[in-house]
Design a protein around this ligand. Structure first.
Ligand code: DDH
Length: 286
């Protein structure tokens, strides 16, 4: 039995499922971070649609978006936690899992607030195409992230999540990890971005990415065209340089911007209670 509102118990159960020896690099952490990000990253500030409220990825319209390929693994990892703590909403569980995973992988403490609902409001459903396409450039990145209400500094800080995890041929079509230790949160992604000589490679499936052969690993590391765009763009690049040399600053900025990401589209009153979404059909407040 689980006590209603005992988020500490939920955090502990998420932390204990991260170790997955048979999966990827041995951790469910990276894919949980990506689940949290994709649940929130559909937000459009102008129309106030999308965002993590509603946990829309449970349904085909959003879950079946090719941009979300592979995230079913994350949802399956979390299902036992949901079964045990059945009072928590999926929307809260997915965002909390990302927060716990970052911390457990050596990253900063991220602020997280409860109260998202699982009620899917059809008028707030995000259309497909709201998540970024890794094959594109700086204009596309700005178009996607300005829509959510982020600025250039925040975009670069958020991108530092690519310290974690890897690309999968059968999900996005890209292949490989960004850094040698993809289950440890750090600023290595920014350092390698600047220090290594990245060259373009077209994979067998026709997908274009940037690679660098790491001799110690005896493996190729990778960057997406959107990652490399951060070093080419005059307004993004200074932030890449800052985060490459100042790990603490990156942690502070990442913590701020990730907390902002998972609050997109969530309206709270002074006490912190969520006042939008539907609180009757399927949602609970802490
Ligand atoms: Fe990402 N990301 N992401 N990403 N992302 C992929 C994997 C992971 C883009 C494309 C891809 C963010 C921003 C961008 C994580 C977190 C975050 C993959 C590979 C692609 C492609 C998917 C696969 O094949 O499995 C693009 C484009 C952008 C962009 O900004 C333009 C942000 C903001 C975050 C975040 O968390 C704040 C993580 C973690 C992964 C690793 C997932 C895994 O399974 O491992």
């Amino acid at each position: 039995m689980s006590t209603f509102g005992d988020y500490e118990a939920v955090r502990q159960d998420i932390a204990s499922l991260l170790h997955q020896p048979e999966y990827d690099d041995g951790s469910a952490g990276p894919v949980l971070v990506r689940l949290a990000w994709h649940s929130a990253g559909t937000y459009d500030a102008e129309t106030d649609t999308g965002g993590s409220n509603g946990a829309g990825m449970r349904y085909e319209a959003e879950g079946g978006d090719p941009a979300n390929a592979g995230l079913q693994h994350a949802r399956v990892f979390l299902e036992p936690v949901k079964q045990k703590h059945d009072w928590i909403t999926y929307a809260d569980l997915w965002t909390l899992a990302g927060v716990v995973a970052v911390k457990e992988m050596g990253g900063p403490e991220l602020e997280w607030k409860a109260g998202r609902t699982d009620y899917v409001d059809d008028s707030k459903l995000p259309p497909r195409g709201r998540l970024p396409d890794g094959a594109k450039g700086a204009d596309h990145i700005r178009w996607i992230f300005y829509r959510m209400g982020f600025n250039d500094q925040e975009i670069v800080a958020l991108s530092g999540a690519h310290n974690l995890g890897r690309c999968h041929n059968d999900r996005s079509g890209f292949h490989g990890a960004w850094v040698p230790s993809p289950t440890r949160f750090s600023n290595t992604y920014f350092r390698l971005m600047l220090s290594e000589d990245w060259h373009e490679k077209t994979l067998d499936n026709g997908v274009r990415q940037f690679v660098h052969y790491d001799e110690d690993l005896d493996e190729e590391l990778m960057m997406l065209p959107t990652d490399i765009a951060l070093t080419d763009d005059p307004d993004f690049r200074p932030w890449v340089e800052l985060y490459a040399k100042d790990r603490e600053r990156f942690y502070i900025d990442f913590a701020k911007v990730f907390a902002k990401l998972i609050e997109l589209g969530i309206t709270r009153d002074e006490s912190g209670k969520v006042v939008n979404g539907d609180n009757v059909r399927g949602g609970y407040h802490a």
